[in-house]
Design a protein. Structure first.
Length: 405
């Protein structure tokens, strides 16, 4: 995020707080890092739009040359509306009704199937008429914590690697054509060996699928959330992947594209949630800063125990004090315990950094509190890309039956 405190405050004063602010230049920079690191790997990137799906963000990422990863039919339709072609979209749903899979087929996108029931239904109905990708669960524990690990033995995602013979029987009996194999082991992966182990597994079973065109390693690239933190070493990862592919190609004379589905890596650092300090409350043990937001706007600290750096935009040079930052919901909504922040006064603007991924996207109207506006800064100009929700919006879809009058 390259926006100054003054820029963030000006936007908050213009559109009201809380407000989500995204820096297009940061997204562009992150995408260049990806393409530069993997330029010699025959790689394709599919932005995981569940991280941030505002149509203006999708259009920006499309303009950079990215493809799109979707997990619901609604995301697929949004991606098409944003300008992505069907061949630029991979659809990887989980536990959805078969009708959603059929709808994706009609739209012509890549379909990634992650359970045996859907694989059998799809094969029996469509056979060889529509190629698919299959998501494998490798039984690898990876990711920042259990809540963001998706490749372990108890995960709901993917078809177990131990069900390979069952997959083979379905493919053979129905004539299914398999163009891709997929793995995604989790988010915030610190060890690049996790990706190499996943690739080795996919290459090992690739022999059973003669029509393979690509192998998809999902993503989970680590991004830094606090001082001293680090990001995934993409250059080293790309080198290891290239070496692994080269050895395989030399032995078996087969080559594949490598696909990745980065979400957080592209948009996390671009986003800032700007809030206002409502109260500074001293208790016998703690000094609280109560802000005009809550986990209805940013749930990651409460849901994932995630760390977000918090800075005082209004007084960046003030003496550091220790605060516990909480929201204004009638619920325990603690953003940070005992955090050093430049001295806060009531009315100060505070910034939650690295809020571009799974921030607004996971927001709600809990306590009948309205969702904030979203603003995109592009080429030094501010653009309102989602209006601030009003109370009338919360009532708009409710049907008042007047049953009790």
């Amino acid at each position: 995020m390259s926006l100054s405190s003054a820029q963030l405050i000006t936007i908050a004063e213009t559109y009201g707080s809380p407000v989500y602010i995204y820096d297009a230049a940061t997204i562009e920079q992150q995408y260049r890092k990806l393409t530069s690191a993997f330029e010699n790997c025959n790689a394709k990137f599919f932005y995981a739009c569940k991280a941030l799906s505002n149509i203006n963000i999708l259009q920006l990422i499309h303009s950079l040359g990215s493809n799109l990863d979707c997990v619901s039919i609604n995301e697929v339709q949004l991606g098409l509306k944003a300008g992505f072609t069907p061949q630029q979209i991979i659809f990887t749903p989980n536990c959805v009704d078969f009708s959603e899979i059929e709808a994706a087929k009609e739209l012509g996108v890549h379909i990634n199937i992650d359970n045996m029931s859907i694989l059998e239904q799809f094969g029996n109905k469509f056979g060889a008429s529509y190629p698919v990708c299959i998501r494998i669960n490798p039984h690898i524990m990876a990711g920042g914590n259990m809540k963001i690990s998706t490749g372990h033995i108890d995960s709901k995602f993917g078809i177990s690697i131990h069900q390979l013979r069952h997959i083979q029987r379905v493919v053979k009996s129905t004539g299914l054509i398999v163009h891709g194999l997929h793995m995604h082991t989790g988010s915030e992966i610190k060890d690049i060996e996790v990706f190499i182990r996943s690739l080795d597994i996919l290459l090992d079973i690739a022999h059973d699928f003669p029509n393979l065109l690509f192998l998809d390693l999902g993503s989970g690239f680590k991004v830094p959330y606090q001082d001293g933190d680090y990001s995934t070493d993409l250059i080293t990862l790309a080198t290891r992947i290239k070496e692994t592919f080269a050895a395989f190609e030399a032995e078996y004379q087969r080559t594949f594209e490598i696909w990745f589905e980065p979400g957080k890596f592209l948009v996390s650092d671009s986003g800032t949630l700007v809030v206002k300090a409502n109260v500074v409350k001293q208790t016998t043990a703690t000094t609280f800063v109560g802000v005009n937001s809550g986990f209805n706007h940013l749930i990651r600290p409460m849901f994932y125990d995630a760390y977000h750096k918090i800075s005082n935009l209004s007084a960046p040079e003030g003496a550091e004090r220790i605060y516990t930052v909480v929201g204004h919901l009638c619920e325990t909504d603690t953003f940070a315990w005992d955090r050093k922040i430049n001295e806060v006064h009531e009315g100060d603007y505070l910034a939650f950094h690295n809020a571009g991924a799974y921030g607004f996207e996971m927001s709600s109207s809990f306590n009948s509190r309205c969702r904030p506006a979203e603003v995109l800064v592009y080429q030094d100009k501010n653009y309102l890309i989602r209006e601030r929700e009003e109370f009338k919006d919360l009532l708009h879809k409710q049907v008042e039956c007047n049953l009790f009058n």
